[in-house]
Design a protein around this ligand. Structure first.
Ligand SMILES: Nc1nc2c(c(=O)[nH]1)N[C@H]1C(S)=C(S)[C@@H](COP(=O)(O)O)O[C@H]1N2
Ligand SMILES: [Mo]
Length: 432
C-alpha cells in the first residue's frame, strides 16, 4: 500500500521524532485546557465590558442576542477591573503560543492519517478537529494581529474574534471531554509506575524507551533522540516564559513598560511630563484640526431631556465644579497606563445640566473625529452615575495634550480604553 511508504506524510513511518507520544501531548493538552478556559472567560468578559448591547455605535454584531445571552452591565468597581481582565487575556494568550504550536506539532501526523474517514463517527470527529485547530489558530492569529498591527480589522475585530471564540470553544469542550481522561491517566501514570521516558542510548535504535502509546501518537520508527521529552517541555516552557516577561510589562505600565519588548509601542513617543504616557491614536492621525479645538472655536454640545441643549466653551466647563479621579487607561490590546490624575466635570453633573438630575441615563459620546470606529461610544447609566466618571479637561495637573484628547475627553473607571473617547464634541443623554 502506498500509505505505508515512509516517504509520504500519510504514512506513520514518515514522522520520526521520538518526542511524540501520549505523555508529551497530554502535558501540553492539560496546560491548554486550563489556559484556554481562562482565555475564553476573560474574552467573554472583555466583550461585555465595552457595552455591545447598549447601542449600535458600540457594536453591530448580528445575533449577539443569542451568543450574547450572558451580557451584563459592566461595573465601575474595582476601577482596575478591565486592566486586570484584559491584561490577563492578552498576556496569557501570547504566553500560550509556544504551547499551542508544540501541541499542534505533537499531533500533526494525525492530520495526514489515511483513510480520511473510517466511519461516520470518525468523519465527525475529524470535522470537529478541523474546527478545533482552525478555530484555535484563527483566535490566536486575529488576537495577535489586533495587538501588533493596531486594529487591522477596524470595527470588525470584535465580531470576528467573538464568533471565532464560540466556534473554537465549542470544539475545544468536545475535544476536552473526549481526551481529558486519557491525558490525566498518561500524566499520572508517569509518576506511579513509569520512569520518565529515558532517551535511548545512541545506537540502540528502537529501544524499549518508547512508553505505552495509548493515543497512537508515538512514531513506529523513531529517530534517536537528541533531547528527551522533559527537555523538550523545558524548551516550550522557556519560550512561553520569554514571551511572558517581554509582554507582561505593558499591562503594568509606568517604568515596566520598557520591559515589554514585544508590545507595540504606539504611534507616537508620548515624551515626558504630565502628558507623558502611552498614546493610542494621535490627534493628527484622527484628523483633528487644531483650528477646531481652539478656545474660540470649540463648544461642547450637551443634549438631554426633551431635547434640552446647552453649549459650553472650555472656559465655561472649567467654571463648573471640578473633580479628580486617579484612573488608568486600559486598552483591549492589553496595555495599560499606570493610574493618572484626571480632573474635569462629572458626567452626572453634565446630565443634571440638561434635565437629568438624580438618576442619569445612558449617554452617547461623539468626538470631533469624522472617521474611524472609535470616534464615538455609548456609556451605560451606571457608568454615567459614578462620581469618578469625568469629562476630563486636565491630567496630572496640566491641560490635556492634543494627543490625549484636548479640549476634553471621557474617563470612566474600569471601562475599556475604547470608551474613553477623546476630542469630545457632543454628549447626548438618554436617547439610545
Ligand atoms: N475620538 C477617539 N477617541 C478614542 C480613540 C479614537 O480612536 N478616537 N481611541 C480609544 C482607544 S482604543 C483607547 S485605548 C484610548 C487611548 O487613550 P490615550 O491615547 O490617551 O492613551 O482612547 C480611546 N479614545
Ligand atoms: Mo484601545
Amino acid at each position: 500500500m502506498r500509505d505505508d511508504d515512509p516517504r509520504l506524510p500519510t504514512s506513520p513511518g514518515f514522522w520520526r521524532s521520538p518526542l511524540r507520544g501520549t505523555w508529551f501531548t497530554s502535558v501540553l493538552g492539560l496546560v491548554l485546557l486550563a489556559g484556554v478556559t481562562v482565555l475564553f472567560l476573560t474574552g467573554l468578559v472583555s466583550y461585555a465590558a465595552y457595552n455591545p448591547d447598549l447601542a449600535p455605535v458600540n457594536d453591530q454584531t448580528p445575533d449577539k442576542g443569542l451568543l450574547g445571552f450572558y451580557l451584563f452591565s459592566w461595573p465601575t468597581d474595582p476601577y482596575w477591573l478591565y486592566r486586570l481582565t484584559q491584561g490577563l487575556h492578552v498576556t496569557l494568550g501570547i504566553t500560550l503560543i509556544p504551547v499551542l504550536l508544540a501541541k499542534l506539532w505533537s499531533v500533526v501526523p494525525k492530520l495526514f492519517a489515511l483513510p480520511p474517514a473510517r466511519s461516520l463517527a470518525h468523519a465527525l470527529e475529524r470535522l470537529s478537529l478541523l474546527l478545533l485547530v482552525g478555530g484555535g489558530l484563527f483566535e490566536f492569529v486575529t488576537g495577535v494581529l489586533n495587538v501588533q498591527l493596531d486594529y487591522l480589522f477596524p470595527g470588525s475585530f470584535y465580531p470576528l474574534h467573538f464568533y471565532g471564540a464560540w466556534v473554537f470553544f465549542a470544539a475545544f469542550l468536545a475535544h476536552a471531554a473526549l481526551k481529558t481522561p486519557t491525558a490525566l491517566r498518561a500524566v499520572r501514570g508517569r509518576h506511579t509506575e513509569e520512569r520518565p521516558p529515558v532517551p535511548a542510548p545512541p545506537g540502540a535504535g528502537q529501544s524499549a524507551a518508547v512508553p505505552a502509546d495509548e493515543g497512537g501518537l508515538a512514531s513506529p520508527l523513531p529517530d534517536p533522540p537528541t533531547v528527551d521529552r522533559r527537555g523538550a517541555l523545558w524548551f516550550v516552557g522557556g519560550g512561553s516564559l520569554l514571551l511572558l516577561v517581554t509582554t507582561a510589562g505593558q499591562s503594568i505600565g509606568g517604568a515596566w513598560r520598557r520591559t515589554a519588548l514585544l508590545a507595540p509601542h504606539g504611534w507616537a513617543d508620548p515624551g515626558g511630563g504630565p502628558n507623558g504616557f502611552q498614546i493610542n491614536k494621535t490627534a493628527g492621525y484622527a484628523g483633528i484640526d487644531p483650528g477646531q479645538t481652539a478656545e474660540g472655536a470649540w463648544r461642547l454640545v450637551v443634549t438631554g431631556r426633551g431635547g434640552r441643549t446647552v453649549r459650553l466653551s472650555r472656559a465655561e466647563l472649567l467654571r463648573l465644579p471640578q473633580h479628580s479621579a486617579a484612573l488608568p487607561i486600559a486598552c483591549v490590546e492589553g496595555w495599560s497606563t499606570a493610574d493618572q490624575w484626571w480632573r474635569g466635570v462629572r458626567l452626572r453633573d453634565l446630565a443634571a445640566l440638561v434635565g437629568h438630575d438624580g438618576d442619569p441615563p445612558d449617554v452617547l459620546v461623539e468626538s470631533l473625529q469624522l472617521h474611524g470606529a472609535f470616534r464615538r461610544g455609548a456609556l451605560r447609566a451606571n457608568q454615567v452615575a459614578d462620581p469618578r466618571s469625568l469629562l476630563a479637561l486636565r491630567v496630572n495637573g496640566e491641560d490635556l495634550s492634543p494627543d490625549h484628547g484636548y479640549p476634553a475627553r471621557v474617563i470612566v473607571p474600569a471601562a475599556p480604553g475604547v470608551l474613553n473617547t477623546k476630542w469630545v464634541a457632543r454628549l447626548t443623554f438618554g436617547e439610545l
